[in-house]
Ligand binder design. Structure first.
Ligand code: T46
Length: 182
């Protein structure tokens, strides 16, 4: 299992070892003792899974304050562009983002610490997305950072008219008004 820290400190791309044979393949996708050695102790408490079609953009979401969630995300089927935006006010990379292609082909995972907005854009016909979080769902603490915030400047490869977003995601806040993290 290979861990590569990204240009935003604390964000890691993780690449599991894949064992192929005539039947198919096997890989360990998470082992706490290894993960904690590279990332620091994280106690995941909830697993999530979503399925989306081409052009769906889910995000950019986060839970406010102490309800914030660290996330370990991966793609079971398909291909997505995964994005994490640093919302930690004291961070030298505040307002900056990491964008990583996660797919069933590259088996890459992304670890996103607490204090980030997270989302992804589906680039395959469909995509099944699975992830662990270290804080349970708190719907009344949810917030959305607008995917098209010019002050963040995320370079999505699809034009806005080709995107499919939920009503919630079309009515988020821009960075200047967002509930960021101390
Ligand atoms: C997140 C969540 C949602 N739900 C229910 C609430 C809604 O009835 C339904 C769909 O929720 P939502 O539209 O918020 O789902 P996504 O747009 O995929 O939200 C996720 O999108 C981005 C990528 C994230 O990183 C977050 O984990 C999460 O906000 O699932 C639950 O019951 N538990 C949960 O933990």
């Amino acid at each position: 299992m290979k861990f590569t820290e990204q240009e935003i400190q604390g964000v890691f791309v993780i690449e599991p070892q894949k064992f192929g044979d005539a039947r198919g393949y096997f890989m360990e996708t998470y082992r706490k003792e290894i993960f904690d050695r590279y990332v620091g102790e994280i106690n995941f408490v909830q697993d999530n899974q979503s399925h989306s079609t081409y052009g769906v953009l889910r995000g950019l979401h986060y839970q406010k304050g102490n309800y914030s969630q660290a996330k370990l995300v991966r793609v079971l089927n398909g291909r997505v562009l995964d994005v994490a935006v640093d919302l930690r006010k004291t961070s030298p990379t505040f307002g900056k983002y990491v964008m990583v292609e996660l797919s069933e082909e590259n088996n890459k995972q992304l670890f996103i610490p607490r204090g980030f907005a997270h989302g992804f854009l589906v680039l395959s016909d469909t995509a099944t997305f699975a992830y662990k979080v270290d804080n349970v769902y708190a719907p009344d603490q949810e917030a959305t950072l607008m995917y098209d915030d010019p002050s963040v400047g995320i370079k999505w490869p699809l034009a806005a008219e080709k995107l499919l977003l939920s009503a919630k995601d079309l009515n988020g806040k821009y960075l200047a008004d967002a509930d960021c993290f101390e």
